[in-house]
Design a protein around this ligand. Structure first.
Ligand SMILES: [Zn+2]
Ligand SMILES: [Zn+2]
Length: 449
């Protein structure tokens, strides 16, 4: 607490400020300078913090404070009442639409389990961020399986990101290292990716800990949980022990839904990434998010053990892919016609035409004047019923007109807040905290895009 006190009092001390009059420019100048100094500058001797297996000089005095107190300040907590409401909704969906809602994954082109495992093992740690479909990787394997050969990757790790066309993505030296370490693990243990589970005696939790403990392989908790879940859902590994110990793979979509449904609550709205130095807020929210979804699952599993999914990690398909990425985003657009005579709501912002004029065979342009979450609007069905998950040839949620979480979020109520997930600035790299550092007396610093 100490340094924040010192900073705040130093602004007031000897300043001659009074609540009875407005501030003048020299006073405001002084305050801005002090704020900048405290949050965004450091000095010789400020000290070091330990992150990513290394020591880094503190970014600022605030960084020291934030490292110690971020959790207390944000105070994230899991709301059991909301968790139970969500658990009930999930159980209802399970009854109405069946288990496949939680198991749907991608096409694997009748590849053998050993092959699927190999492809996913070497790509899961590379984190595609949805920029590329895994289907493409399966096709690449069919074209040339040697790309995914353990010894090939180990001998030429720098070729691997190129071979799977990852070079356009950032952090290429990190990716080479991931490929190298991930192949080295298999060579040392003399196993194939498929044999990883038998190596840990069919215990998937043991395997999870084994993968995460190998630093430098790229298998952090998020990517590991995603890989392990996929292997079970795709039927590569059958009935592993401790599958229920694998958490949902936390990301901004699952966090967003957790915040908006209220299963995860914070004392204040999340702070901007500009203040979240070294991503401490992101880290704690990420961790609490996985626990919140685990709580939802355990309530569901306790109430309806015979009508429940086997592990919290299986919530992912519905929460991340369908609700997070499709329903819970501002996709209901209000358009205005260039003639200014019509307004209409539409499911796609890519539309360029006045659909009202078009019905009368008149071509007029229209532009978006407002975008809202479909759940907050009585015409939200316009978006939901056009979605691929409700209306393709064999949809997972046929006939659905509204996000199933509406009864929990109460989005049409005035109290509803469209809470946003945290963003993170990385520690290293061109756009990271390390490159944003500056000394007090030197000024400047910060990030450039
Ligand atoms: Zn019109
Ligand atoms: Zn909603």
């Amino acid at each position: 607490m100490e340094n924040f006190n010192e900073f705040f009092k130093s602004i007031l001390r000897n300043s001659g400020l009074s609540l009875l009059r407005d501030l003048n420019i020299p006073e405001i100048r002084q305050i801005i300078s002090k704020i900048n100094e405290y949050f965004y500058t450091n000095y010789e001797g400020i000290g070091y913090t330990y992150e990513l297996n290394d020591y880094y000089e503190y970014f600022s005095e605030f960084h020291k404070f934030w490292e110690k107190y971020h959790k207390e300040i944000i105070n994230p907590r899991i709301d059991e009442i909301s968790c139970e409401k969500i658990a009930n909704v999930l159980h209802n969906l399970y009854q109405e639409y069946g288990k496949k809602l939680f198991y749907e994954l991608y096409e694997t082109y009748s590849l053998q389990p050993e092959d699927i495992c190999r492809i996913r093992y070497f790509s899961a740690n590379q984190d595609f961020r949805g920029t590329r479909s895994f289907k493409d990787l399966f096709k690449k394997y069919i074209d040339d399986p040697s790309i995914f050969d353990t010894f090939n990757i180990n001998n030429n790790p720098e070729d691997f990101p190129k071979n799977i066309k990852l070079t356009s993505l950032s952090q290429s030296d990190k990716r080479v290292k991931y490929a190298s370490v991930a192949s080295q693990i298999l060579i040392e243990k003399n196993i194939t990716p498929y044999e990883l589970l038998s190596y840990t005696n069919n215990d998937i939790l043991k395997l999870r800990n084994f993968l995460i403990s190998n630093t430098g392989s790229g298998f952090g908790s998020k990517k590991t949980d995603m890989f392990l879940r996929d292997m079970v859902v795709l039927g590569v590994w059958k009935n592993p022990i401790n599958f229920d110990k694998i958490d949902v793979s936390s990301d901004i979509n699952t966090i967003k839904v957790a915040l908006r449904t209220g299963i995860l609550k914070t004392e204040i709205p999340l702070i901007s990434s500009f203040m979240d130095i070294f991503c401490y807020q992101y880290g704690v929210i990420d961790e609490m998010n996985a626990l919140a979804w685990r709580k939802v699952w355990s309530i569901w599993n306790d109430k309806f053990p015979d009508e429940c999914i086997e592990s919290p990690c299986l919530i992912d398909n519905l929460i991340y892919r369908i609700i997070g990425k499709e329903f819970c985003k501002e996709s209901l657009c209000t358009f205005e016609c260039v003639s200014k005579k019509h307004m209409f709501k539409w499911h796609s912002s890519r539309n360029k035409t006045c659909q009202t004029c078009y019905k009368n065979n008149i071509r007029n342009k229209a532009h978006v004047i407002k975008k809202v979450l479909p759940c907050t609007d009585s015409d939200g069905f316009i978006v939901i019923e056009k979605n691929k998950y409700t209306s393709s040839s064999s949809p997972l949620l046929p006939g659905l007109k509204e996000c199933p979480f509406v009864p929990v979020c109460n989005p049409k109520n005035n109290n509803f807040k469209k809470l946003n997930p945290p963003k993170s600035i990385s520690i290293l790299g061109q756009t990271g905290w390390e490159s944003a550092k500056t000394r007090r007396e030197e000024g400047g610093g910060g990030l450039m895009s």
